[in-house]
Design a protein around this ligand. Structure first.
Ligand SMILES: Nc1ncnc2c1ncn2[C@@H]1O[C@H](COP(=O)(O)OP(=O)(O)OP(=O)(O)O)[C@@H](O)[C@H]1O
Length: 229
């Protein structure tokens, strides 16, 4: 990979290796992964159970560190960063969307969506103002005072997408985002990803389901820790 493509790409991973210690021995999980995502792309990482999807997602999302290789996120050398800088990058540059939504059950919808901005130091009023466009975009304006338990699965996932978007991350990173949804709600969420991608958002989605992966602009396959286009 050339130096220029490293900095122009949103994600540029070269020869990533990662393993886990099992007793005294390291068991390799990711093998020489090279993965590139351009700004504004929507890419699905498709693979069966145990293929290394979560391990790769944790590295992309700066939740875990690689053993060998290089990783540039929006031109920043993640592989060289100390833990504290990694926390900053994770909080600012990655918008996480999980299969089980990970909403705070005691907070209402508005509090869940504003939470990342308040953690960054905004006042409640500033955060609420900043979130309003996203809340309207996702059709959640009539639900702001509801608790997560009062919403359907599809609505909960929209809240988690809104929460991911308000921090204006470089990448939306979705882990099996339709895994807990019925097929119609799943289709709605995938259509929403498509719309967000059309607006310019860069999206990486992890899934084991080919039909889900087909919504992305590009599919890469992960098999036994190796990546194939
Ligand atoms: N913390 C860990 N310690 C040891 N081995 C691990 C750890 N996390 C994952 N593994 C192993 O690494 C391999 C890949 O796991 P990973 O969770 O990345 O796969 P996956 O594709 O996300 O699977 P699934 O779809 O079932 O979640 C598996 O063999 C798993 O047992």
């Amino acid at each position: 990979m050339q130096e220029s493509s490293k900095s122009d790409s949103m994600i540029a991973m070269m020869n990533i290796n990662k393993g886990y210690m099992l007793g005294e021995e390291k068991v390799p999980v990711l093998h020489d992964i090279c993965f590139q995502v351009e700004k504004g792309e929507f890419v699905a990482i498709l693979g069966p159970s145990g293929s290394g999807k979560t391990t790769l997602m944790n590295i992309i999302g700066c939740m875990d560190v690689l053993d060998e290789g290089s990783y540039f996120l929006d031109g920043q050398p993640i592989h060289e960063m100390p833990e504290k800088r990694l926390n900053d990058v994770r909080n600012k540059e990655i918008g996480f969307i999980f299969q089980n939504y990970q909403l705070i059950s005691t907070y209402n919808i508005l509090q869940n969506i504003t939470m990342p901005l308040i953690v960054r130091g905004m006042t409640t009023k500033e955060a609420e103002e900043k979130c309003m466009d996203t809340i309207r975009l996702l059709g959640l304006d009539h639900r702001m005072k509801h608790k997560p338990s009062e919403l359907s699965g599809g609505q909960k996932q929209r809240v988690s997408i809104a929460r991911a978007l308000v921090g204006e991350p470089a990448v939306l990173l979705a882990d099996e985002p339709t895994g807990a949804l019925d097929s119609n709600s799943g289709k709605d969420v995938l259509k929403l990803f498509k719309d967000l991608n059309d607006m310019g958002h860069t999206i990486v989605m992890i899934t084991h389901d080919l039909n889900v992966a087909k919504s992305a602009g590009r599919i890469v396959h992960i098999v036994d820790g190796c990546l194939k286009e």
